[in-house]
Design a protein around this ligand. Structure first.
Ligand code: 6GU
Length: 239
């Protein structure tokens, strides 16, 4: 997968050299290029923002540098992703969809956002997704891109050593995953649930399913309500 990131703060992306994303890059599964938006300014001050039409607080990112940047790094065939608190929720399903793309371009907005015409114009040439991480506001899109990339890259074939872990994790079956434990069996007076040490794989699977349902009901009733009847089996109903 090829990824281009346009930002006024390329230094934010130093963590992409680390850990599993760093390894995906050195192994050739992932090709990331960072671009400083100011490359595409032409005034001495390298200005990227201006005051909003219609008035109001804050500044808006000017369209001209963004237009030139996207002309340079986003050919048709790429997919443009724009992190913004006004975007559609970024979910595991959205991560799976982005993981199918050959070429992603991320546009990191700052201030009150990017002039909307940049996105409207880009949308005439390529798919554009405005996405939000949640109902809170960050200074800019940089940290959101790190989050989105991590969610996407771990789904690329060959990035995770054990691909089975993708099948059993939270948000794959619409539920939060059950709690997990490792040795020792007793720690500071707290025991690992006996059933996990029983060796009875049928009972363990049922216990994990029950814990996932209870946890999801307690913490994310919205997820439970969104499950279709086929996602629940008969024994789920007796819980
Ligand atoms: Cl994706 N960007 C910004 N700037 N703020 C956010 C966000 C994204 N998601 C939640 N808040």
């Amino acid at each position: 997968m090829k990824v281009d990131i346009v930002t006024i703060f390329p230094e934010y992306f130093a963590p992409l050299d680390l850990s599993l994303i760093g390894r995906a890059r050195t192994s050739g599964l992932l090709d990331v290029a960072l671009h400083d938006l100011r490359t595409w300014t032409h005034d001495v001050h390298r200005t990227v923002d201006d005051t909003p039409y219609g008035g109001g607080a804050g500044m808006v990112m000017r369209p001209e540098p963004w237009g030139e940047a996207l002309d340079a790094v986003a050919p048709s065939g790429a997919r443009l992703v724009v992190p913004t608190p006004t975007g559609a929720p970024f979910t595991q399903a959205a991560a799976r969809e982005l993981a199918n793309a050959e070429h992603l371009v991320f546009a990191c907005g700052r201030y009150e956002g990017i002039d909307q015409r940049v996105l409207d114009h880009a949308a005439t040439r390529m798919p554009v997704s405005e996405v939000s991480l949640g109902d809170y506001v960050l200074f800019g899109g940089e940290v959101a891109v790190l989050v989105i990339l991590e969610a996407v890259v771990r789904l690329l074939p060959g990035v995770l050593g054990n691909a089975d872990s993708l099948l059993e994790e939270s948000h794959t079956d619409g539920l939060l995953e059950a709690p997990v434990y490792t040795k020792p069996a007793t720690w500071r007076g707290h025991d690992v649930p006996e059933i996990l040490r029983s060796g009875d794989h049928g009972r363990i699977a049922r216990w994990r399913r029950d814990q996932a349902l209870l946890r999801t009901a307690a913490r994310r009733p919205d997820l439970l309500a969104a499950l279709s009847p086929e996602d629940l089996d008969k024994r789920d109903m007796t819980l």
